[in-house]
Design a binder for this molecule. Structure first.
Ligand code: 2RA
Length: 337
């Protein structure tokens, strides 16, 4: 496979390369793309050195797949240019996610939708990180008990904002003043604010979780509300999730369903203080679920705690899994040029 990675030098782009290598994706030719000032620089992939290409060079090379992680405006401008040439784009920005003409895919939940790709459908959206890990855990339970309503509060890693945010946290920890990405200190603090505020009082991150979940799970009847919070941690996003089902459940069966579901590791042994934590999810591709317990204040309601590495399953791993599925199921169309 000839693979372009657009935004190859960013936090997510670096993970894309790592995940392609770790999962032994069949890369025969790698085309790293970064901003104009990096063109011509070299980056390492799987023991070899590759030249950083310009966007136009990458478009003209007509890769089989272009994985984008370069922000919404870059994606809006350039993803269609790759697609017009016949390249399948897997895009990690929010640009195409809620566009009804494009698929929004978490392979464990709706990979089957990839079988309906057509000529006008060559951009596949990778969902928001906090949405991905939540739907991986929700979907198998929805299939069994049917979800009525979800109340989620997130505890999100600074890596979700990017390298500048990691730098802000680290420089604050050293007592230095540096460039600030957040409007407040992040070290020793908690910010109930991720992405921009909208007119309805929610943040865009919160609305992504609400709207994307319905689209991925293909069920508008699921009610959700979210509070998205940035905390001074690395290694993964954590989520406290309260789920009300139409039907009653057995807690032992819930554990079994989650344990047997693809991409999930249940860590739930409180007698040994075992529960998911971002310090353990870092660098892993799975979604970790624990603190499973009944919400006794309401019938048919479950509490759980979900953790995943937002740069891996929340971004790079999910994108590469989409690419793997396209290859495995032979869904990459013949190019139009
Ligand atoms: C965040 N959801 O953590 C974003 C990253 N996609 O800020």
């Amino acid at each position: 496979m000839k693979i372009a990675v657009v935004g190859a030098t960013g936090l997510v782009g670096t993970q894309m390369l790592q995940v392609l290598k770790n999962r032994k994706f069949p890369v025969t030719e790698l085309i790293p793309v970064a901003s104009e000032r990096s063109v011509g620089n070299k980056i390492e992939f799987d023991g070899k050195s590759y030249r950083v290409h310009s966007m136009q060079e990458a478009i003209d090379a007509v890769p089989d797949i272009a994985i984008f992680s370069a922000g919404g405006s870059v994606s809006l401008e350039f993803a269609p240019k790759f697609a017009e040439k016949g390249t399948i784009v897997i895009d990690n920005s929010s640009a195409w996610r809620m566009n009804p003409n494009y698929k929004l895919v978490v392979p464990e939940v709706n990979a089957h939708e990839l079988h309906n790709l057509n000529e006008n459908d060559k951009i596949i959206a990778n969902p928001n990180c906090s949405t991905i890990q939540m739907v991986v855990a929700l979907n198998p339970l929805h299939q069994k008990y049917k979800i009525k309503r979800v109340v989620v509060s997130t505890y999100q890693s600074v890596t979700g904002t990017g390298k500048a945010a990691v730098d802000q946290l680290m420089s604050e920890r050293k007592g230095e003043t540096g460039n600030k990405v957040y409007p407040h200190p992040i070290d020793l603090n908690v910010l109930p604010h991720i992405d921009v505020f909208l007119e309805n009082g929610y943040t865009k991150e919160e609305m992504k979780m609400i709207l994307e979940t319905k689209k991925i799970m293909c069920d508008d009847s699921i009610q959700l509300t979210a509070t998205a919070v940035r905390i001074p941690t690395m290694g993964g996003h954590s989520e406290a999730v309260n789920v009300e089902f139409e039907n009653d459940f057995d807690l032992k069966e819930v554990r079994e369903i989650l344990s047997n579901s693809e991409g999930i590791i249940v860590q739930d042994n409180v007698s040994k203080f075992e529960y998911p934590m971002p310090i353990h999810s870092e660098g892993k591709d799975e979604v970790f679920v624990g603190r499973l317990r009944r919400d006794d204040s309401q019938k048919n309601t479950l509490n759980m705690w979900i953790v995943a590495d937002n740069l891996r399953k929340g971004a790079a791993t999910n994108a590469v899994q989409i690419a793997e599925y396209l290859v495995k199921e032979n869904l990459l169309k013949t190019k139009t040029v």
